[in-house]
Structures are given as C-alpha cells and as structure tokens.
Design a protein around this ligand. Structure first.
Ligand SMILES: Cc1cc2nc3c(=O)[nH]c(=O)nc-3n(C[C@H](O)[C@H](O)[C@H](O)COP(=O)(O)O)c2cc1C
Length: 163
C-alpha cells in the first residue's frame, strides 16, 4: 500500500447516520441528522453527539439537557435529506414532513415513531471542540421495534437495513 497525506476532516469512517430529536424549553421540537455520534461507555451506557454551534437545535439540547438518537433505515433517506438541509429556525420541519412523533418515556423530548430504535439520553457534560459542541449523555431508555428484540432484550441490528 502506497500512502500519501490526505484531508483530516471527517477522516474517521465509517460513521453512523442518525436522526437526533430534541425539544426547546418553549416546547418547540426539532429533528436533525448527525454523523458525529458514537457509543462512549458501555457501563454505564453512554453516547457522545457533536452538534454544530450554529445549528438551531444546539440551544435546545444545551438548555433542556436531553435528546433522543433515532436509528435510521433505508426507508428514511428522504428524512435525512430534508432535515439536514432545512432549519427549525425558519420552519417547523416536523410538521412540514408530517413525521409521526411520540413522547419519550424518560426525557422531555419526542422520539420518531418510524425509526426502528429510539435511544433516550440525558446530557451529563459537554465540551466545545471547535465547530461543534460534544454532548456526553447517559442512555436512559431504549425502545425498539418488537420484532427486532431477542429473548434476552438485545436488539438484532443485523435485521435493520442501515443507510
Ligand atoms: C448526512 C448529514 C450529517 C450531518 N451531521 C451533522 C452532525 O454531526 N452534527 C451537526 O450538528 N450537524 C450535522 N449535520 C447538519 C445538520 O443536520 C443541519 O445543519 C440541520 O439543518 C440543522 O438543523 P437545525 O438548524 O434545525 O438544528 C448533518 C447533515 C447531514 C445531511
């Protein structure tokens, strides 16, 4: 393998594409696609999500201290495209797309009904890393399509057609 220096931005691959749902203190809901997202502890279960400081959703997560990660399958590419190219600053994206939401069980935010897995998270700390603020959050509740859940409660991720 012959190596040459390459661009640093986004150099860590592959990355998941997920939809984050969140709610501001005034009750406004938002959804945005995110690729800066990973598990960062197994015990306790924790995740880290990087949100651009310029995104409208940033202040919602900062103020509410919670969000949901909604895993996305191939049926939802159009939602990624729309939510990633429009801002809640200008329009109610959820109403515009007619996305079905339901109330989170452990957080004050909604989750996306048509996503096969919904992960409810509470922020325990954050750090501005540059363009993004990295929110470290504890996983409070996970719900998944009943057909995907094995007898031991684990999710059979191999049956989700991820993007
Ligand atoms: C595939 C994809 C991945 C993205 N990843 C991120 C990300 O990791 N973090 C982030 O803050 N924005 C990310 N964005 C950009 C936001 O989704 C986009 O700026 C969105 O319009 C923000 O909406 P808001 O202003 O309502 O918060 C991504 C967009 C796309 C299309």
């Amino acid at each position: 393998m012959n190596k040459k220096e390459a661009k640093k931005q986004g150099c860590l691959q592959p990355v998941p594409k997920v939809l984050i749902s969140c709610r501001g203190l005034d009750g406004e809901n938002d959804i945005l696609p995110v690729v800066c997202c990973c598990n960062c502890s197994m015990n306790p279960p924790m995740v880290a999500v990087g949100i651009l400081l310029v995104n409208y959703s940033h202040h919602m997560i900062k103020e509410s201290g919670c969000f949901a990660i909604n895993l996305v399958d191939q049926n939802l590419q159009h939602v990624i495209d729309y939510m990633g190219s429009h801002s809640r600053r200008n329009e109610d994206k959820i109403a515009q797309m007619g996305i079905k939401m339901c109330e989170g069980q452990k957080i004050n935010a909604s989750v996306i009904q048509d996503c096969p897995v919904n992960i409810e998270c509470k922020v325990i700390g954050s750090m501005v890393t540059g363009s993004h603020e990295l929110f470290i959050a504890q996983v409070e509740h996970v719900s998944a399509d009943a057909n995907l859940i094995r007898d031991d409660g684990s999710i059979d991720f191999s049956r989700i057609n991820f993007l």
